[in-house]
Ligand binder design. Sequence first.
Ligand code: ASP
Ligand code: MG
Length: 437
Amino acid sequence: MKFGGTSVGKPERMQQVARLITEGDEPTIVVLSALSGTTNTLVSIGDALAKGDKQEAKNIIDKLEAHYHAFVNDLLKKTASNDKGKAVIAEHFDFLNIILKISFNEALNKDILAQGELMSTKLFSAYLDEHGIDHVLLPALDFMQIDANDEPYFDAIRFKLHRILQQHAGKKLFVTQGYICRNAKGEVDNLKRGGSDYTASLIAAAVKGSVCEIWTDIDGMHNNDPRIVKKTIPIEKLSFDEAAELAYFGAKILHPTCIWPAQQEKVPVKLLNTMQPEAPGTTIMQDAGTVGVKAVAAKDGIIAIKIKSSRMLLAYGFLRKIFEVFEKYRTPIDMVTTSEVAVSLTIDTDAHLAAILKELEPFGTVKVDTDQAIVSIVGNEIAKTPDVLKKLFEALSPIPIRMVSYGGSRHNISVLVPASHKTATLQHLNKGIFGLE
Ligand code: ASP
Ligand code: MG
């Protein structure tokens, strides 16, 4: 069971988490994020130090420390546990204050970033102790590991975690840190922002759990973006493939790469709401059952590039040469459509745009459209859904569609539209495909 920052961000939320994790009888591993806002604050401490502003860093540290003091006073009421909570704060803020005195580097920055999860789990553990809830605090730094490419080293994680769990035979409740890990050099590192979901999925896969529950403050994935359309409905079931398509196209609720470990070991992933624990949420599993459209999602900041050349006609190797340019600049391509004499593709970063365009020039006429949005329609076996294309194009008849991608995967149809039409596109689809206003 993984709980995100807002689920542990207030003392009463932590108390709710304690209730939720003690409800079932299955052995449970609980993964916690840092208290909401903490990781952002730790990032700003690192930023201040990176630009040499120790005073600013010190001010941020002091403000954060005051926040934790108030938190502990609210959470831990008995003298002994309150003292323990204060000792936890003292330990970690002493560390942050020592860092002010030594010269800053990237490895140290990772140490700073790790403080949030270390504190949230220790304070939660003190709360469980106060209430006589038997548990073991497992240091994630003893088993979570990434390799030289910063990818999780799954076999090592599994091996180490099993060994540690064996040392605690008979125990049923474990608490550990999300996000943090050790790298190939043995230093403290992390799984990148939002990485606690990844931790949970890796652990669930390593122990072949019956379920991996991700508890946030929303009741699962929704069929559309609630910030843009008035009415959205939670999606009850999704396959791993569908969820991966949605996560990529901007569904904020799940860290996009977190899915694969759970998928590999066929552990269902449930997205649940701490504020509304009885809501069914979304279950992501191997087989999502019904055929049909489940959701639409949009990603903006997209750049479309068209390369047109009569030399492409009946030629081979043309696409390879074009793709090589993008490879050279380590720029991923998202959508591609081709005709006999032209190819259009999209990228989502302009970091190397000028250089890429220069190298594409010899291949033909190159045209660039910035400020585009990819709108993706995701569903199990979407092509088999009756009338899906008719409904889609009817719904989008007022929208100037720039590209269409159909058949790339069995679970997705994507259209590219000017970003200025993104809102209208999502609204028209909500009505035309889901019958929602
Ligand atoms: N605390 C980390 C972050 O905010 C990891 C997480 O919450 O998943 O990015
Ligand atoms: Mg977070």
